[in-house]
Write a protein that binds this ligand. Structure first.
Ligand code: NAP
Length: 314
């Protein structure tokens, strides 16, 4: 495995189509969660364009079918499907896993919810952690055998610069003792997405499975649905003043996920965090770029894995 920082010829401005140009994914099977909107639809489209058999795993199956129709029309690849998956519902994840048959070469854990008001699953788990991290954890663990069967599978864990807001607060993951706050809840779930890549790579590298995390960039999408007008204005103002990020198009937003999912530049690379199509530098205090040390901490990653297994078994 390479240990120096991985740098590619691609940048923040690169699109998914540019990153995947010349790559043939014929015969490969891919799943993109949340593949019916925003970055997910562009990720699914790029993988389909390269010839992969793509399943968009969505909770709104009608929206999934619309996305599939659109992707098939644009790419001419008829091997694109929609399947029901609600990441916040364990039964739904289990049923998705149970119907999957055969090898899985690419899993893009892309779906997410951001800064929602306090919501809980049937089990009483905090909704952002349950959806963004735990649902994807259960999905990947459930599909582990299919990933191993592929020989050299890739898993992409879509994180965010939002991880800089909070580490995983192991003493109170579900906000039972502290007051609920939408952004710290999002932050810890996105740290969990990065930590998942670290521990999954440690556990699964011998099965040929490489797992990396990605900050896709700032993209206007349905993700901002829980922000009110004042918060949206504040976000726009922050973006305009900051030199850390510029808004990306969804096609640019999907580029880093697609790079991690399909590029030979990533062969043998796992457990790392990328942004703007390159491995991220360590975060510098005050900056919204880079990766926090706690998001790559092997001890926290192992602890999160055990907590997640306990949730799965509960
Ligand atoms: N946009 C950005 O600026 C940005 C920045 C950093 C990181 N990200 C990350 O990028 C990923 C994609 O975001 P996006 O901008 O493309 O947002 P989006 O357009 O809102 O897409 C998110 C997708 O997740 C799905 N989803 C939410 N809860 C789900 C559940 N319980 N089960 C299954 N699917 C569920 C949504 O489905 P419904 O349509 O049914 O709600 C939607 O398709 C997220 O993980 C996000 O955290 C985005």
């Amino acid at each position: 495995m390479t240990t120096s920082r991985l740098v590619t010829p691609f940048t923040a401005k690169s699109t998914a189509a540019e990153v995947i140009a010349g790559i043939d994914l014929g015969g490969r099977r891919a799943i993109v969660t949340g593949g019916a909107s925003g970055i997910g639809i562009e990720t699914a489209r790029a993988l389909a364009e390269a010839g992969a058999d793509v399943t968009v795993a969505v909770r709104n199956v009608e929206a999934g079918h619309r996305a599939v129709k659109d992707i098939v029309a644009m790419t001419g690849n008829a091997k694109v499907h929609a399947a029901a998956l609600d990441l916040a519902d364990r039964a739904s994840v289990a049923s998705f896993v149970a119907t999957w048959d055969g090898p899985l070469h690419i899993l893009v854990n892309n779906a997410g919810v951001m800064a929602s008001p306090e919501m809980r699953t049937l089990e009483g788990w905090e909704m952002q952690f349950a959806t963004n991290h735990f649902g994807h954890f259960a999905l990947a663990v459930g599909l582990h055998r299919a990933l191993a069967a592929a020989g050299a599978a890739r898993v992409v864990s879509v994180s965010s610069a939002g991880h800089l807001i909070s580490p995983v607060v192991f003493d109170d993951i579900h906000f039972r003792r502290r007051a609920y706050e939408p952004w710290p809840a999002y932050g810890q779930s996105k740290t969990a997405n990065a930590l998942f890549a670290v521990e999954a790579t440690r556990r699964w590298a011998d099965d040929g499975i490489a797992v990396n995390a990605v900050m896709p960039g700032a993209i206007r999408s349905n993700l901002q649905r829980h922000l009110d007008a004042v918060e949206l204005e504040r976000m726009e103002a922050r973006m305009n003043q900051s030199s850390d990020f510029e808004w990306k198009t969804p096609e640019q937003g999907a580029a880093t996920s697609v790079l991690l999912a399909a590029s030979p530049l990533l062969d043998g690379v796992g457990g790392r965090y990328f942004e703007d199509c390159n491995e991220a530098e360590p975060n510098r205090p005050g900056s919204r770029r880079g990766v926090a040390p706690y998001a790559l901490d092997p001890a926290a990653a192992a602890r999160l894995w055990q907590v997640s297994l306990d949730m799965l078994a509960s």
